[in-house]
Design a binder for this molecule. Structure first.
Ligand SMILES: [Zn+2]
Length: 165
């Protein structure tokens, strides 16, 4: 019982520290992106998510600009570091830069929409996104682009001639 109360006291102290009003909030959310830059990123991507290729008009929610290298890793808010993304790709990616490749157990960086060519790392099979490379594999895994409900939506769009567009 005595040990338990000591532990509880320790936890309380830890919570108090993390709630320090001087520390910056979050860190995962993107910095403010000027409207002009946002429009440039959207146009450049032709309104498609640059990871899963879903067109913004086929999405329930508007797409959003994503810092490819997150602000918390010193990624600048400039066009060379921004990608247009659907909310699901953006949410799953968060501020991550890499993941573990299931085939090799190695840390592999994520697909970089500005530096990498999509078709070099991925290919499509009726709405399903398949990896050509380790970069493709970790990106598909981390962003959960082949979650069954997402594949189903893309498959319906594909059969209607709307994916990719
Ligand atoms: Zn996406």
């Amino acid at each position: 019982m005595g040990t338990r109360s000591v532990r509880a006291f320790g936890n309380t102290a830890a919570i108090d520290q993390s709630a320090d009003p001087a520390s910056p909030p979050g860190g995962v959310m993107s910095a403010e992106i000027p409207a002009v830059l946002r429009a440039l990123v959207q146009d450049r991507a032709r309104m498609r998510c640059e990871y899963c290729l879903l067109h913004e008009e086929d999405s329930w929610q508007p797409h959003q600009p994503d810092h490819i290298i997150a602000v918390k890793h010193r990624g600048p808010t400039e066009s060379a570091n921004l990608a247009w993304t659907c909310t699901l790709c953006n949410r799953h990616k968060g501020s991550d830069l890499a993941s573990i490749d299931v085939n090799t157990g190695r840390i592999v960086r994520l697909f970089h929409p500005r530096r990498d060519q999509w078709s070099r790392h991925f290919r499509l099979n009726r709405g399903r996104i398949l990896a050509r490379t380790a970069v493709g594999r970790v990106t598909i895994f981390l962003l959960q682009v082949n979650r069954p409900d997402r594949v189903q939506i893309r498959r319906v769009l594909h059969d209607l001639g709307l994916y990719p567009r």
